[in-house]
Write a new protein. Sequence first.
Lengths: 271, 268
Amino acid sequence: MAIELRAVRYRYAGASKDALQSIDLRLEPGRVLGVVGANESGKTTLCLVAGGFAPGVVGGRLEESARIDGVETTSIPTHALALRCGLLFQNAATQLSNTTATVFEEVGFGPCNLGLVVPDVIERVWWALKAVGVEDLAPRDPARLSGGQGQLVALASVLALRPRYLILDEPTSELDPAGTALVADALARVASETGAGIMLVEHKAEVLARIADEVIVLGEGSVALAGPAAAVLADPMLAELGIEPPERIGLERDVRAAGLDWPAVLAEAPA
Amino acid sequence: MSSASVATGSGLPEYVTRRPGGFYRSTNPSTKLAIAALEVVAAFAVPGLPGPLLVLGAVLVSGLAARRLRGLAVLALAASPIVGSILLVNLFLLPGASDPIARLGPLAPTWSGLWFGLQTVARLLVFSTAIALVYLTTAVDDLLADLARRGLGRRAIFVVGAAVQMVPRTIGRAAEIVDAQRARGLDTEGRFWQRARGVVPLAAPVVFGALTEVEERTMALEARAFSAPGRQTLLRIPADTAFDRVLRWAAVFALIAVVGLRVAGRLG
């Protein structure tokens, strides 16, 4: 049981070079894999390939093996992909169906598409809203939510399909710090309570430091660094790849560079 | 065979099972569509001015019953430039008109031009207000749910929903872009030519942004099992009373009769 990419190469239709080169990746249920990288490093493409949307929905050419639970993504119908792997994109506004009047119905849009009976739809909607922590938004108009709230509703909408894996493409990139905190809290809750495997593409290393088990760093379409989150996010190479380390790690580095004892400084710091 | 199964179970929150209040607002969306279609066809099929004026009166009475006269008045106000230009062009330039009202130098407004202009304006107002009244008194999701129940496929329903919601979304996006371009020094309130020059920097982001959005929306919908085979569950369906059905079929038969009479040349 895992999303598994082996030596994957992917090229968009009409492109002159590969967007992804020799990518190896494994995401198991219950684990959180963080992905960071500079702009144009292939993060969104990796999301589409891992979720089976490339080449299935967006076209292009995939070489070698991309599997979800042992099945090649290219042989899974699109609607069945949605049941195995939930995809969340950057812009909350474009993820709403625009055909519903309340958040409750919006979250129920996916289960309704599956033709589930009404009690099952209701049960899934409440479960998803609770998992994300936004039950109180249920009566609201989805078109009138803040950016952070909209992204949480989009997350709940994907969760309502009960996928084994979640792939989140920079879900906080268009959010202010308050919205980012909202989404980060919800992701931490989802990761611990649903048992889903989560691949989280995120510019904000703080968010990854908080919830990721492992992190890979992409550079020009290939994996430049990979390993446990704490080790990768503390790697000095991160800055060379254009990634800002988490604040705490940057601070530790500055303290040590100043010749001070980091554990001692930490012990003296106010709680 | 309907492509959607209907929610009959309980347990749904009240804000999902809500019913619109008021006579016209609670009328079934398909019935309102049938009535609007009859009004538009009748206004164009019946020659002369009294017919379209009578239909316009019927639309306004419906608007009064639905308490949406104010919305229709705003629409009429927005249409006033085109209404004015239709009247002026026909008043002075109707081909073949030879019954002048008065002589104003080289110009001669005519009675037949005035008559034809008023008739055209009445038809235009019936067309716009009848459709606007459906829009103003029907929640989009009610309309879509009703169409789904009647067997329209989910893709067709999505197209209808997206088309209905495209107008306010595009207006909102255009307003954001106008603000952004103003902040960068674009003159959007100066003289006519200055404003005309500003159209391209405003229109291009609106159009290209909408196209990009389509791709994102498509992927987001697919990620929510939009293309799953089989019936889609409906959480709520608008009421369709016996009165609704009678009204709807009466409108459909009346529409057919109007078209038939028009084709047979019996409407004068």
